[in-house]
Ligand binder design. Structure first.
Ligand SMILES: [Zn+2]
Length: 425
């Protein structure tokens, strides 16, 4: 690996191109192996493998084993256990000094105090994360980051209308494709890269170079997710547009319309055969993935629901109302809040990751230009990532990689590292 690159050291998930037929299954398999058991609901289609495999980590088992006896799984029990255990769990964890603020002069490139400065001259405080490389090129806010399994390239998109691909070995921008309009979102699923644009979705197949333009959405497409062979996209007009991929005709059929929100749909996630949509109308709707019917509306947030994460049977939502909420299905199958975490600022984006010791970490990007890292299930803060502007894109890749993209257009590649002397307990 050359300097500045961010390809992982191991070749296990980087199989050379001419073994293409084996490559995809191998890489998907290795990702599955790494994150442990996945629900049968999350079975991987050979056509559009779920891109949110990393969002189905075994949190429930962690919550269960840490907090409660096996026979007491009801959400009300979990709720009370989360609340009562929290102070105790916090005491058990090492205390990290997070009072230190990052130096704004250093951030803008010039702090005359140098080593004597009282403020932090680093983009991270805490433990277990280091910067590999920063990718500079986008002139406006980063709106999506994707690192397709088996790909040698990282894809990023920006409000400036450009999709950039970055060479994993050199860290250099390999290609820049100007779509000529605002971009709202980008994800990858198997060999597909989907880009949410104004009134359309672009679909690229990175193996075959096939390219489709799916029209129908009204306004900017803010959110995209894939479940099996169905593509769900959330648009500015409050509608979710769904396409089904037909392998025989090699085409996307649809869209079917999922209506109900009264504001733009800005976040989508799939888990346990349900689609969850977060909206500017402050609500989250729960949809049956098979029937495409809305089965529940979750009230609880008092501002825009910016980001959703599904982590082993738990739904995490964050909002500009300064909260992160954890939801779970009760015994009568209704989804309800089991825990609310408060921040001092609006919460823009969520991501779940496992650190170098395979401990679950929740990343909450706040509009104070930082990402707060919490150990789960205690919600004890264990670190903070700083930026010059808000970070709205967070994505995890294989090999312990983490990618962040900020409103200034900067993409940063991080890697989870074992701290000297730390032990996996
Ligand atoms: Zn300073």
């Amino acid at each position: 690996m050359s300097y500045g690159g961010f390809a992982q050291d191991s070749g296990s998930t980087r199989v050379v191109r001419h073994h293409q037929s084996h490559r995809k299954t191998n890489t998907i398999r290795s990702v599955l192996d790494r994150v442990g058991p996945v629900n049968s609901d999350d079975s991987v289609s050979p056509l559009l493998p779920g891109s949110f495999i990393h969002r189905n980590l075994p949190l429930r088992s962690i919550l269960r084993s840490e907090l409660m006896p096996k026979d007491h799984r009801s959400s009300s029990k979990l709720n009370s256990t989360l609340r009562t255990c929290e102070p105790e769990l916090k005491q058990r964890l090492p205390v990290i000094n997070l009072q230190k603020k990052v130096c704004r002069y250093w951030l803008s490139g010039n702090c005359v105090r140098g080593d004597k400065c009282h403020y932090l001259h680093s983009l991270f405080s805490g433990k277990g994360l280091s910067i590999l490389v920063q990718l500079k090129g986008h002139q406006k806010a980063v709106r999506g980051i994707a690192f397709p399994s088996g790909s040698e390239k990282l894809y990023t998109c920006s409000k400036d209308g450009l999709i950039r691909s970055w060479d994993c070995h050199t860290g250099q921008c390999a290609d820049a494709n100007n779509l000529g309009c605002e971009i709202g979102s980008l994800i990858s699923a198997g060999p597909w890269v989907f880009v949410g644009m104004l009134n359309a979705i672009k679909a690229f197949n990175i193996d075959t170079n096939a390219e489709y333009c799916l029209t129908g959405p009204v306004g900017l497409v803010y959110a995209i997710t894939v479940e099996r062979d169905v593509l769900f996209t959330g648009a500015q007009d409050g509608t979710i547009y769904a396409w089904k991929f037909n392998p025989e005709s090699n085409s996307f059929q649809g869209p079917a319309l999922l209506k109900g929100h009264e504001g733009a749909v800005v976040s989508l996630v799939v888990g346990a055969n349900r689609l969850y949509s977060g909206s500017m109308d402050h609500n989250i709707k729960v949809w049956d993935v098979d029937t495409l019917q809305c089965i529940q509306t979750l009230n609880g947030h008092s501002a825009v629901v910016m980001s959703l994460l599904f982590w082993d049977q738990h739904l995490f939502s964050c909002s500009l109302d300064n909260t992160v909420k954890v939801w779970a299905a009760s015994e009568d199958c209704n989804v309800e809040v089991i825990y609310t975490h408060n921040e001092e600022d609006g919460v823009l984006a969520l991501c779940g990751a496992l650190d170098a010791e395979a401990k679950p970490v929740l990343l909450c990007s706040c509009n104070d230009n930082s990402i707060h890292l919490y150990e789960l299930p205690s919600f004890s803060e264990r670190g903070r990532i700083y930026a010059t502007q808000e970070i709205r894109s967070i994505h995890i890749g294989s090999g312990g990689l983490l990618f962040t993209g900020d409103e200034a257009g900067l993409v940063t590649v991080w890697k989870w590292v074992s701290e000297p002397g730390s032990q996996a307990s």
